[in-house]
Design a protein around this ligand. Structure first.
Ligand code: UTP
Length: 469
């Protein structure tokens, strides 16, 4: 076994041998002192017991748990209708925003491996005409929300080790897109080691074990450990509007959603929309052993995915859109014991081989361990499930092309803005298939929705070339 000096290092090295992970020292003889120190320090941080528990699960089939559809989903109102409870929710939500009790929380710690963009996903240019980045859309929405309510609306942005500095630099270079830097809190999530199918740690470099962020569920631990939760308390934040960095359609701090949660006395909420088809790759809300939660598409049995109810609709049709709301007190309760179940995600992980050569696999080769935010929501005392129209709120940028790609997200933005202009009385050109035929982009600072276009000089718009407002 390898000889190292310090007692702690000796123990750690012995533990690695015992755990069958001694191959991480394969290049030891070629490392300089600083590299050896870096490797030993990284090993010191690894929770080997947790790693053993997680690797023992590789190859295990997901547990089949009794399912039932969720019973309590707030449905979209019929066209033109505005039920009184919806209006009451809006008023409650707007009051919370106007009194400075609401903050935004963006999870942006993912690696965006499917998109294959070399910078953090939040820097991705998504505006259909100007190429506004995802982060710019959210920061400008946050500014517009604060301005409309003459209040403050701070933003908390979760990054991870590998993109934190890049995100920060991007925001500094763009002068925080007009937000005051004191209204923005960036915090990092933790990373966990990545293993191969046999549970062996992968090396990113001869002196570094490959790691990856611990999933969006890691936000609870990260909020607590970084002091961001305390910061929220200091600012008097009581409600948190949560979304993912890859959905440019998300309406930030939707007062109806926040208001329903408040009025119902729920601890957490999730927006849902009907699934497009049984095979669509989205998680669905269900009652799992009597508790509300999300079943991932990979864990939903084909017969459940296909099942229909008496009305002919999919029995499990409520797709999780990853747009949530939480009471701060709920996040604090969860943070006191942030133990969420781990999911195993098979992904393509660059690593070095036995000869020390960098490999960039074409197929998934590594297993990442991630926790998911919706598993926390499953532990909430009361969950608001609110149906929304997908075309208005959800167009994630996941893949480089095809479904859920920049192309589909830009199209969704143009369609949305086209509808706003039509609501304002304009004849927006459409092609033979009914799709808006000119790219349109409306700055969040100009309008957060169609109502904000009232009184704006939209009638002068000409559709001969791309439209920017
Ligand atoms: P995804 O699970 O779609 O992952 O994240 P991803 O990193 O964006 O992309 P792939 O799977 O590598 O291609 C959904 C959202 O959750 C965030 C992402 O930044 C994205 O906003 N996320 C994901 C985190 O903040 N941390 C994580 O550990 C994982």
């Amino acid at each position: 076994m390898l000889k190292v000096r310090g007692e702690r290092d000796q123990v750690n090295v012995a533990k690695m041998w015992e755990a069958g992970q001694s191959h991480v020292f394969r290049f030891w003889d070629t490392l300089d002192d600083a590299q050896r120190r870096a490797l030993l320090d990284q090993i010191d941080e690894i929770d080997l017991q947790l790693l053993a528990e997680l690797t023992a699960r590789i190859g295990e089939a997901p547990a089949l748990r009794p399912l039932a559809p969720p019973r309590d989903v707030i449905r979209l109102p019929a066209a033109g209708a505005c039920p009184p409870d919806r209006e009451a929710a809006r008023v409650a939500g707007e009051h919370a925003i106007a009194t400075g009790k609401v903050a935004g929380l963006i999870v942006a710690g993912g690696q965006g491996s499917r998109l294959g963009f070399e910078r953090p996903k939040g820097c991705f240019p998504i505006g259909p005409v100007t190429g506004r980045s995802l982060l710019q859309i959210f920061f400008e929405q946050a500014r517009a929300v604060a301005e409309r309510h003459r209040s403050s609306f701070p933003l908390y942005v979760m990054t991870s080790r590998r993109n934190h500095e890049q995100v920060r630099t991007f925001l500094v270079e763009n002068e925080w897109f007009g937000m005051s830097p004191v209204e923005v809190v960036l915090f990092e999530q933790r990373e966990l080691p990545v293993v191969d199918e046999r549970g062996r740690l992968l090396l990113a470099e001869p002196w570094r074990i490959a790691t990856s962020p611990d999933g969006h569920g890691g936000v609870i631990r990260a909020l607590a450990e970084s002091g961001a939760l305390e910061d929220m308390a200091r600012r008097g934040i009581e409600l948190i509007s949560y979304w993912q960095v890859d959905n440019p359609l998300v309406p930030v701090a939707d007062p109806v959603f926040l208001g329903y949660l408040l009025e119902r006395g729920d601890e957490a909420g999730a927006k849902v929309a009907t699934k497009r088809a049984p095979e669509e790759r989205v998680g669905v809300w269900a009652e799992i052993e009597g508790r509300l939660g999300v079943v991932e598409y990979s864990e939903l049995r084909p017969q459940d995915a296909e099942a229909r109810d008496e009305s002919g609709s999919l029995r499990y049709r409520w797709a999780n859109l990853a747009i949530h709301a939480f009471r701060r007190s709920f996040l604090e309760r969860m943070a006191a014991d942030p133990r969420l179940p781990f999911h195993l995600a098979r992904k393509r992980v660059p690593h070095i081989d036995r000869e020390g050569r960098l490999q960039r696999p074409e197929q998934p080769n590594g297993i990442k361990f991630e926790t998911f935010i919706f598993d926390a929501i499953a532990q909430a005392d009361g969950v608001t499930l609110l149906e929304v129209e997908r075309a208005r709120e959800f167009a994630p940028v996941k893949n480089a092309s095809g479904e859920d790609s920049p192309e589909t997200a830009r199209r969704a933005l143009t369609e949305l803005y086209g509808r706003w202009l039509e609501a304002a009385g304009l004849a927006v050109p459409r092609d033979a298939e009914g799709r808006v035929s000119v790219p349109i982009e409306i700055s969040p600072l100009t309008a957060l929705g169609p109502d904000d276009l009232e009184g704006k000089p939209v009638s002068e718009i000409e559709f001969g070339s791309p439209v920017v407002l």
